[in-house]
Design a protein around this ligand. Structure first.
Ligand code: KPL
Length: 310
């Protein structure tokens, strides 16, 4: 069962279905479920366009007996979705959480009664419309146990993802990978969102130094939290931007679509950790303030639109 039919949810469900897994997608809305049932999922990627026809439901109760639940919703929706699944007694299904940030992983580990695994996604995707997803290249995905699970279970999931064409590696402890991805997101996402650029365009000469500075600040915070990414984090972030070069980062996609962003889950989380540990993060604080203003302006515009004022 794949919960969430955003960019990663659609891409994951289509790939699992193509690899022969009995796949059910759970959408948030009935109208998206109807569209997907009628049109299937269209995936656009390096290998051209292809179509997948997994089962689609808007009500997770229909798929309550699934042995694996892969939750792909945004960080802010994790708690609500887990409560809903728990009420359906979907536990003790094995739960794989595909997400950015830190808090969703902590929530899932605390709240879900069954085994929980973190899936730290390395592939980029963009939902072009409710039934079409454009894949934007991939870096390695990491799978690891968070609670009531072990490395063997992570191997099983990584193997299944591998069959679906997702380059995945199992580890015994996913937290270093979660923090490393946080460094990637804390560098690529605010710049992509503020400048309206693809990940690859962030490697242009005038932008690259900012990308590197954000990566270095995030890595200093990760180090102070005990999860220093090691190696050359700036080069690593650049390699992810290159590997997903055609993708517009998720924060940019969310801003453009007027959806809630993961600003708090990503930059908010790094800045909170920096404050607690006394780490200086001036560039990130500036990026956060600019984005906060942009997000709040978007929200006010939406409210005005709803109340009918121009
Ligand atoms: O995770 C991503 C995101 O956009 O949120 C990256 C890896 C940066 C791909 O775009």
């Amino acid at each position: 069962m794949v919960v969430g039919a955003g960019a990663l949810g659609l891409s994951l469900a289509a790939r699992l279905w193509r690899a022969g897994a009995a796949t059910v997608v759970v959408t948030r809305t009935g109208w998206q479920a109807d569209l997907l049932r009628a049109a299937g999922i269209t995936v656009e990627g390096d290998a051209g366009r292809w179509r997948a026809w997994p089962e689609v439901v808007a009500d997770a109760a229909v798929a309550a007996g699934a042995p694996w639940v892969l939750v792909t919703v945004k960080s802010g929706a994790t708690e609500t979705v887990l409560e809903r699944l728990d009420r359906l007694r979907a536990a003790p299904a094995r739960l794989g959480l595909v997400q950015n940030g830190l808090d969703g992983f902590k929530t899932a580990a605390d709240r879900w009664p069954g085994p929980v695994l973190a899936v730290v996604a390395g592939w980029g995707a963009r939902r072009r419309n409710p039934v079409t997803v454009q894949e934007g290249g991939q870096a390695e995905t990491t799978v690891g146990p968070l609670a009531r699970a072990d490395r063997a279970l992570a191997e099983t999931l990584a193997c299944q993802l591998g069959r679906a064409g997702i380059v995945a590696r199992a580890v015994a402890d996913p937290w270093p990978a979660i923090w490393r991805k946080l460094c990637v997101n804390a560098a690529i996402n605010p710049l992509g969102a503020l400048l309206g650029r693809t990940n690859g365009e962030l490697l242009a000469d005038r932008v690259r130094p900012l990308l590197r500075r954000l990566a270095a600040e995030a890595a200093a915070v990760a180090g102070a939290a005990g999860y220093g990414p090691g190696g050359d984090i700036e080069a690593y972030v650049e390699s992810v931007a290159a590997a997903t070069s055609r993708n517009r980062c998720s924060m940019l996609q969310d801003l453009e679509a007027g959806r809630p962003t993961e600003l708090e889950a990503i930059l908010g989380a790094v800045l909170r950790a920096a404050r607690e540990r006394g780490v200086a993060t001036p560039t990130m604080a500036r990026a956060y303030a600019l984005l906060r203003r942009r997000v709040d302006r978007g929200r006010k515009g939406k409210q005005r639109g709803r109340s009918g004022r121009t």
